[in-house]
Design a protein. Sequence first.
Length: 222
Amino acid sequence: MGETIKIKGADGFEFSAYHEPAFTPRKGGVIVLQEIFGIDQYVRADVERWAKAGYEAIAPSLFDRHAWGFTADHSPEGIAAGVAHARATPIEQALHDIGACRDFLAPRGKVFVVGYCYGGSLAWLSAAKVEGLAAASSYYGSLVQANAGLKPLCPVIIHLGRNDPGIPADEVEAAVKAAHPDVPVYIYEGAGHGFNNQSPERYSAEAADLARKRTRDLFEGA
């Protein structure tokens, strides 16, 4: 069963993280990177899915320095609050906290990262800037296109929804392929932004299942 623990960041601040041990023989550790809505029920459910798949999973609460334990609904007010906290959180600070999660998991085996929305951007950035990761899977991150030229330090894959109104899938794919022809970019027809999130307005079961299979295959082959 999952529990909230504390992890000390590089700056000495102890942030919270939702943690769940592997249900089955451990295949490695997965850092699950949140959307802008914080460590809500959907992130916790994703942590549980990874634990059931054989991974010790941990989801750092990346906004704790501004709002401890922040979560928000998928409403205009919740989106505005989440965006404000994301903008107030320096990227390098988030990457340092991801590095602290890597250090927590690394003594017990390989460490992987998967991220969604805000966390999808961080997953791509982590692949290039956080050493010691075995592989990364980035879902619909808005910062991927602008940072496509970064050189990944580990295998990485990217997932995009064709119907995402805020992220032009073809343009992101072109930018990534221009810099890294071997990085897989998967575009899911009929899926929009947040298709892995099981909220009724966003979830696409077909896309989510296929993207998760591709991510598991990446991790198991790394």
